[in-house]
Design a protein around this ligand. Structure first.
Ligand code: ZN
Length: 274
C-alpha cells in the first residue's frame, strides 16, 4: 500500500472494542490495528516513545502492525512523505514498547503514546553502510504531531524518549540519525548541546572502580535502567550506546569518553529541580 492510497475512514473494532476516531486533525488516514488493550494503572499517558519501523518498506511495517499474530502496534505511524496514520486510539494501550524500563517504570506501554516513523534502520542500511535519512517532510510531521500530543497530555520533556532508551539491550531505534536536536529546537524533548569529541579520559568494558559507579549513577539518575555495580559490564556498555544514540550521536561506540560524560553531566544538571 502506498501513502494516501486509502481514504479517510472510521472503523468499528469487532466485539467490545472502541470506535476509532481521530484524536487529532493532523491524521490523514486511519488504519486500525487490533493489537491493543486497556491501559493499566494509568489513565493518561505521560511518556512519548519514538521508534523507526526497521523493515524494508513502510507498507510491510504497516501490515505487521495490523497483524493479530504479530501482537505489535502503535498509536501513530508516519510515512516518509509526512502523512500521519492513526492505528490505535490514544486512550488505549498500544503494544510498541515491549519489555522496557525507564525511571522505575516498567510497563511503558500503559504509560505512553508510541509513534512509528518509517525508516528501514540499522538492518537495511544503504550504500557505504549508511543509515537511511529521515526526510524533512517526515520530520516536520513528527514535530507537529509531538507538539500536538504534548499539549494534550502531561508529558514532561525528559519523558520524550527513544525506544532504545527504554530497551537498550534489545533496541536501537529510532537510531543515531534521528534529529533529536531539531525536535528540541521545536520545544520537544530534553536536550543539551553535545560536548565535542575530544581526547582524554575514556572508560569501557572491563574497567571498574568509583568512576564507573559514578557514570552508572548519573545514567540511572537520568532514567536509564542500570545497576550501580562499579563494573563497566555489557549492560553498562549497552546503556552508554543508547545514551550516545540519543544525546551524543557523533560517535556511538559504547565507551564513556570525555564528551559522553560531559554531555551526560550537562543533561542531568539541566533537569528541572522539581
Ligand atoms: Zn521500536
Amino acid at each position: 500500500m502506498r501513502p494516501g492510497s486509502r481514504s479517510l475512514s472510521f472503523c468499528l473494532f469487532s466485539g467490545a472494542e472502541a470506535l476509532l476516531v481521530r484524536d487529532t486533525d493532523l491524521v490523514t488516514e486511519i488504519c486500525p490495528s487490533p493489537n491493543h488493550g486497556e491501559r493499566r494503572g494509568c489513565e493518561r499517558p505521560d511518556h512519548l516513545i519514538l521508534h523507526y519501523t526497521g523493515m524494508k518498506t513502510g507498507a510491510e511495517a504497516l501490515e505487521r502492525l495490523c497483524d493479530p499474530q504479530a501482537e505489535v502496534s502503535c498509536h501513530y505511524f508516519i510515512w516518509e512523505n509526512g502523512s500521519i496514520v492513526q492505528m490505535v486510539p490514544e486512550n488505549r494501550r498500544a503494544w510498541h514498547a515491549g519489555q522496557s524500563s525507564w525511571a522505575g517504570v516498567s510497563d511503558l506501554n500503559s504509560r505512553s503514546i508510541g509513534i512509528e516513523i518509517v525508516n528501514s534502520g540499522h538492518d537495511w542500511r544503504g550504500e557505504g553502510d549508511q543509515l537511511p535519512d529521515f526526510p524533512a517532510e517526515q520530520i516536520a510531521s513528527v514535530i507537529r504531531l509531538c507538539a500536538d500530543l504534548l499539549l494534550r497530555h502531561p508529558i514532561l520533556p525528559r519523558a520524550v524518549l527513544a525506544h532504545s532508551d527504554i530497551a537498550p539491550g534489545r533496541k536501537s531505534d529510532p537510531g543515531e540519525k534521528f534529529p533529536w536536536e531539531a525536535l528540541a529546537k521545536a520545544g520537544i524533548g530534553h536536550w543539551v548541546a553535545p560536548a565535542p569529541l575530544s581526547a582524554g579520559v575514556s572508560y569501557g568494558l572491563g574497567d571498574e572502580g568509583p568512576p564507573i559507579r559514578a557514570v552508572q549513577a548519573l545514567l540511572s539518575v537520568y532514567g536509564y535502567d542500570l545497576t550501580m555495580t562499579g563494573v563497566f559490564d555489557a549492560s553498562t556498555e549497552r546503556v552508554v550506546r543508547a545514551f550516545q544514540r540519543h544525546f551524543r550521536p557523533a560517535l556511538v561506540d559504547g565507551r564513556a569518553d570525555f564528551s559522553t560524560l560531559q554531555t551526560l553531566r550537562n543533561l542531568v544538571a539541566a533537569l528541572p529541580s522539581v
